[in-house]
Design a protein around this ligand. Structure first.
Ligand SMILES: Cc1cc2nc3c(=O)[nH]c(=O)nc-3n(C[C@H](O)[C@H](O)[C@H](O)COP(=O)(O)O)c2cc1C
Length: 159
């Protein structure tokens, strides 16, 4: 099965995990970014990102190349924002036909909310179940063996 990791990362934690998963699985990787970047500091970061997530916005993305036919499986990676899936992921799902693909996801968070975010993601995708799910606590900022073990377990489930 050929897999593509599609991820958004504001501060690097999701990117860190995406690269690890890609090398462990031999998956391809696609970073998506909004045209209008979110603030990444202080109160503005939480205010604008949180608002955008709660409002279920679909911000315009910078141009990207997604060769849908090449992949059987899409693995979404995103930071949890206000207990929700990060808006650029919504845009990607809206813009692409993912029918027939296996869908997995991993979410990075500092506390809680990933389960709710997975529910939202399934809603956007119109599916009942994700093939595999992984929750990581700030894997770049707080490196630890528990995260590494969870990453290996997630990759093993998708072999
Ligand atoms: C706007 C915003 C909202 C957030 N909301 C949550 C949340 O609801 N629950 C949580 O545990 N972490 C929350 N966080 C923390 C991030 O999900 C967490 O630090 C994540 O690892 C960051 O990933 P990144 O470095 O790839 O951006 C939030 C961060 C931002 C910027």
């Amino acid at each position: 099965m050929k897999s593509l990791i599609v991820y958004y990362s504001l501060e690097g934690n999701t990117e860190y995990a995406a690269k690890k998963i890609a090398s462990e699985m031999g998956a391809d990787i696609l970073k998506i970014e909004p045209v209008k970047t979110y603030p990444n500091k202080g109160f503005r970061k939480f205010f604008w990102g949180g608002k955008s997530a709660v409002m279920a916005e679909t911000p315009e993305l910078k141009p990207y190349v997604f060769e849908a036919d090449k992949y059987d499986r899409i693995i979404f990676g995103f930071p949890v924002w206000a207990g929700n899936v990060t808006p650029p992921i919504r845009t990607f799902v809206k813009e692409n036909n993912l029918k027939g693909k296996q869908i997995s996801a991993f979410a990075c968070q500092s506390g809680s909310g990933a389960e709710k975010a997975f529910e939202k993601l399934k809603g956007v995708l119109g599916i009942e179940k994700l093939e595999a799910e992984l929750v990581l606590i700030d894997p770049m900022n707080r490196p630890n063996e528990a995260n590494e073990k969870k990453i290996r377990g997630f990759c093993a489930r998708l072999e």
